[in-house]
Design a protein around this ligand. Structure first.
Ligand SMILES: Nc1ncnc2c1ncn2[C@@H]1O[C@H](COP(=O)(O)OP(=O)(O)OP(=O)(O)O)[C@@H](O)[C@H]1O
Ligand SMILES: [Mg+2]
Length: 354
């Protein structure tokens, strides 16, 4: 209750301040002998899964929390939901420290872990919802209003009477999302909400998240390996790598800053003529700034080039000196490429730090 008084109205919905999580586990030794030795050894290994991360999230934001396998995403979500206590630092969600006040915090949050269900496996879905209504003290009127909305965006009536164990993965995920939202939480945590789903169900889940965010101003934090989720849902992304925050900002900004290359593909009358071009000389550049490939069968030429160095008009003009251009296609670097390069440490860390 004391914490409530400290947080003023209008503050962020989520404040994460220098949180760190260290896991301590017994040292493992290789082989059977090693396993036995391990039983008696007191040697411990420390692993810093989350390393001094801070960020603020305002009410109504949808934030993508991304990073490669083992980067520390789930561990951060677990600290924000109160499942894990930070080794250092603090996290305040809607005025509450989740690790100190799990019950009050539970009223404020909804959680979906894509990898496992929170529902009662053997009960019909309808009964799971009835139990959750009681647990969260949802009034009859609220329940009705909420269910009307959830039924509409998630299509729950199609399988409401089936037991959870008989649901398909896509149905189960819609059910889990519905269950997490029944008590109208201020914050929704989604840990890989579209994992393993087909494109149609993915689309439904994404649309439902958008609708919920718009109608109820629900704040959403989502971890995913699916770049489509990010592009469809998030204006802001936080990227973590080996437990540290390496990017926090807009999606467009990330693309503008790190999407340095463009790709142009042209269908030509005579690709053989274009193969004779000395691009370095014609474009007044160096060989590392572009890459040319041709497909003689299709009469196609593709150039990937650094957009700050080379003008696309110069490329087209050079081609037109030797042959006719029949068709042209220009592509920006895809977000997936940028993210992959960031995960592969291809950018200097100073470059991507805030
Ligand atoms: N309970 C635990 N005990 C020891 N180490 C743990 C524990 N939980 C997580 N870790 C370790 O902490 C690191 C971060 O794990 P975490 O699950 O947060 O990664 P993640 O970013 O969610 O990865 P993924 O994309 O694979 O889900 C990993 O190296 C993991 O092995
Ligand atoms: Mg995870």
């Amino acid at each position: 209750m004391f914490v409530f008084c400290l947080i003023k109205k209008g503050d962020s919905m989520i404040q994460v301040k220098n949180i760190t999580k260290e896991f301590v586990s017994a040292k493992k030794y290789p082989g059977l002998k090693g396993a036995i030795k391990g039983l008696f050894s007191r040697e411990k290994v420390r692993k810093t899964a989350v390393d001094d991360i801070s960020f603020d999230i305002a009410e109504g934001e949808i934030v993508g929390y991304i990073g490669s396998n083992g980067a520390g995403k789930s561990t951060t979500i677990k600290m924000m939901t109160g499942i894990l206590r930070p080794t250092k630092g603090q996290c305040i969600v809607n005025g509450i420290d989740p690790s100190k006040n799990r019950l009050d915090n539970a009223q404020n949050i909804g959680v979906v872990f894509g990898q496992r269900t929170q529902l009662w496996w053997d009960l019909p879905l309808s009964e799971s919802f009835t139990i959750l209504k009681e647990i969260y003290n949802v009034s009859d009127e609220e329940y009705e209003e909420r269910m009307n909305f959830l039924n509409e965006v998630l299509g729950l009536p199609d399988f409401f009477d089936q037991s959870v164990r008989t649901l398909s993965l896509g149905q189960r995920m819609r059910a889990d999302l519905g269950a997490a939202l029944l008590h109208n939480p201020k914050v929704l945590y989604l840990d890989e909400p579209t994992i393993g789903l087909d494109l149609v169900v993915k689309d439904k889940i994404r649309q439902a998240i958008k609708d919920i965010n718009q109608k109820y101003k629900t704040t959403v934090i989502l971890t995913t390996h699916d770049i489509g989720d990010i592009e469809e849902l998030c204006n802001r992304i936080i990227i973590i790598d080996e437990g540290r925050k390496i990017y926090d900002g807009g999606l467009q900004e990330l693309k503008d800053t790190y999407g340095k290359t463009r790709k142009v593909t042209m269908e030509l009358r005579q690709v053989k003529e274009a193969e004779k071009i000395n691009w370095t000389e014609k474009l007044g550049t160096t060989e590392d700034k572009y890459q040319v490939t041709t497909d003689e069968e299709k009469n196609q030429l593709t150039i990937t080039f650094e957009k700050n160095e080379i003008q696309i008009s110069d490329i087209i003009a050079t081609i037109m000196e030797v042959t006719e251009v029949k068709d042209i296609q220009i592509q920006e670097t895809e977000l997936a490429e940028i993210v992959k390069e960031i995960y592969n440490h291809q950018f200097q860390s100073e470059e991507i730090a805030e």
